[in-house]
Design a binder for this molecule. Structure first.
Ligand code: ARG
Length: 579
């Protein structure tokens, strides 16, 4: 059940019967205060304005035409023409009962399925993944999971940087190592970070090495077989590192989702040619550029360079080719690209030029999902204990270590294997959740204390809330998944609040999907856990006075747990049965 959609449908009907134009929107919102009911319709005033009639009068007519008795205890006209809706307990009970019996928690099927391409993670493969890649990877993963869960078809694209000039330096170093001892070269490569630093040092200090690096770029760019083989080996190693991180992060990217910059090489001359044919190109200092009125700097128009004077192509050229591929070959209805906010101008230019040059048809949406920085307690970009740019794998190691210490403190009776398993879920979950629970546009300060706390809007709190419900059901002789379906009846106010919160899951997922904001889901789950705690305090479950009441409450508890589990899994967090 999606309450909001249901109310919208009912109100649209009533508004039409009351003589309002078909396009009038009832604007159904959650009520700001309890006295205004559960939901309110705010669309009467704007509609009345169009008709130039009295909004309270119109509101009256709408209510008269509304079959509100089916779902509401009462509806009230308030202020200048708001309509407050007080939902009926029996209606909420029925909806909750259906949700428990449904495989998808009663979330309605989509009326319009879309094909959504999500470009996320997309690290440059010259180095190991670092903290800067955390956000792109996990935010993109949540958005993909939510779109998929709602019923859209999602194609993931890991647009890795696998073709830049940096690879010349790395490959030249690799070739030198191979000349000595091939096995040794492979071992060196396994620590990408060290490898990069060693190559960079030579590049900066040794002119002849620098020159050879440049030649190596020319070699692989012109298709030299042995250079390409080395490049491929390098990329495989690097991707392998990424996949280890994805696996630990519980992120769904696979090798088959990789479509790096190099995949677009052969399309690049065509991109430039097409721009030329459309008379969009201007030569500037030998480079091929597009000048658009929309983009002006302090000193005049900003060029969008698509080909350098030496014939080389750029990040923009590749992205134009990717746009074409995604909209025309993959037939995307919507493209979502997740990168940090510093690429805002790039994506702005990409969309404007892409539309102008017909690489991106009107029917394909493009969304650039940006995010802020992860900061240390000094408010500067986050660093690890050792002070270097934080490697993502080191960060996850530390998270697990810290979580293990916590788990050991709390649970001395679990085996070390169990403790480790819990620590993995809690540690990595804490890092992810702390990030996802904040508005993605803001920078945030990375704090182990905050993210590992069992109080507040954190992963440990939510994971614990789930295990607590699982424990209650276990004691009651059943489980979250195995509980027999049956009616849920909402009576006590805390039962009502909890059921209403559960039934808002669908709305929240729609909001995450429409606004591409994962933190909505986190706030929702935190509130859900809170609603459960209040319910549990006020309404004894296993000690309820009657069996029917006990069973009813167990079903409500199970529905809560399922909703929590589902929501957490959409965030890429695995729940635990015990902790
Ligand atoms: N590799 C780029 C980086 O690390 C991100 C790529 C994002 N996707 C894209 N289509 N440009 O900054």
């Amino acid at each position: 059940m999606n309450i909001r959609t249901h109310l919208e449908e009912q109100f649209v009907l009533a508004m039409q019967k009351a003589g309002l134009p078909a396009e009038a929107n009832p604007i159904i919102r959650l009520s700001a205060r309890k006295e205004f009911g559960d939901y309110q319709a705010n669309g009467i005033m704007p509609a009345a304005k169009i008709l130039k009639s009295n909004p309270r009068e119109i509101a009256n007519q709408v209510v008269q035409n509304l079959e509100w008795q089916n779902f509401a205890e009462k509806v009230e006209i308030a202020g200048p023409g708001f309509i407050n809706i007080f939902l009926k307990n029996s209606w909420l009970s029925d909806a909750a009962t259906l949700a428990l019996a449904s495989s998808k928690l009663g979330i309605p099927a989509l009326s319009r399925k879309q094909l959504v391409v999500v470009d996320y993670s997309s690290p440059n493969l010259a180095k190991e993944m670092h903290v800067g890649h955390l956000r792109s990877t996990i935010i993109g993963d949540v958005l993909s999971r939510v779109q998929e869960f709602l019923g859209h078809k999602v194609i993931r694209q890991n647009h890795v940087g696998d073709w830049g000039t940096q690879f010349g330096m790395l490959l030249a170093h690799f070739e030198d190592l191979q000349k000595g001892d091939a096995q040794h070269a492979a071992v060196e490569l396994s620590d990408l970070e060290k490898f990069y630093i060693a190559a960079k040092k030579r590049f900066d200090e040794d002119k002849s090495f620098e020159e050879r690096s440049r030649q190596t770029v020319v070699k692989f760019q012109s298709g030299d077989a042995s250079a390409l083989r080395n490049l491929q080996e390098f990329i495989n190693t690097s991707l392998h590192h990424c996949e280890e991180v994805y696996e630990r992060l519980n992120v769904l990217l696979k090798r088959s989702d990789v479509r790096g910059e190099s995949a677009y090489n052969s399309a690049l001359p065509g991109v430039v040619e097409s721009l030329r044919k459309q008379k969009l190109l201007i030569e500037d200092h030998g480079a091929q550029c597009v000048f658009l009125d929309e983009f002006k700097g302090k000193d005049g128009p900003l060029p969008i360079i698509v080909q350098k004077s030496d014939g080389g192509y750029l990040y923009m050229t590749t992205d134009l080719a990717a746009l074409q591929y995604r909209s025309q070959t993959l037939k995307a209805d919507s493209i979502i690209a997740v990168t940090d906010a510093r690429q805002a101008l790039h994506f702005n230019q990409l969309e404007t030029l892409g539309r102008l040059a017909h690489f991106l048809p009107k029917t394909t949406e493009l969304h650039h999902v940006t995010f802020g920085m992860v900061l240390g307690s000094d408010n500067k970009p986050f660093k690890t204990r050792s002070g270097g740019t934080a490697k993502l794998s080191d960060l996850l190691n530390e998270a697990e270590e810290r979580a293990l210490a916590l788990v050991k403190e709390k649970n001395t009776n679990l085996s070390i294997e169990e403790q480790k398993q819990i620590a993995r879920a809690v540690g990595v979950g804490a890092v992810k959740y702390a990030d996802l629970s904040k508005h993605r546009s803001s920078d945030y300060v990375f704090s182990w204390e905050q993210m590992l706390s069992f109080e507040g809007n954190t992963a440990p709190y939510l994971l614990y809330a789930y295990t607590r419900i699982a424990g209650i059901l276990r004691k009651g002789g059943t489980s979250v998944d195995a509980i027999a379906i049956g009616p849920i009846e909402v009576v006590a106010p805390q039962e009502r609040t909890l059921a209403l919160q559960i039934l808002q899951f669908s709305e929240v997922l729609n909001a995450v999907s429409a606004e591409l904001l994962p933190h909505y889901l986190c706030t929702y789950l935190y509130d859900l856990a809170g609603a459960f705690m209040s319910f549990y305090e006020a309404c004894p479950v296993l000690n309820a006075s009657e069996t029917s009441e006990k069973e009813n409450r167990m079903r409500l508890a199970a529905l809560t747990a399922r909703t929590l589990k589902c929501g957490l899994s959409l965030l890429g967090l695995n729940t635990l049965e015990r902790m």
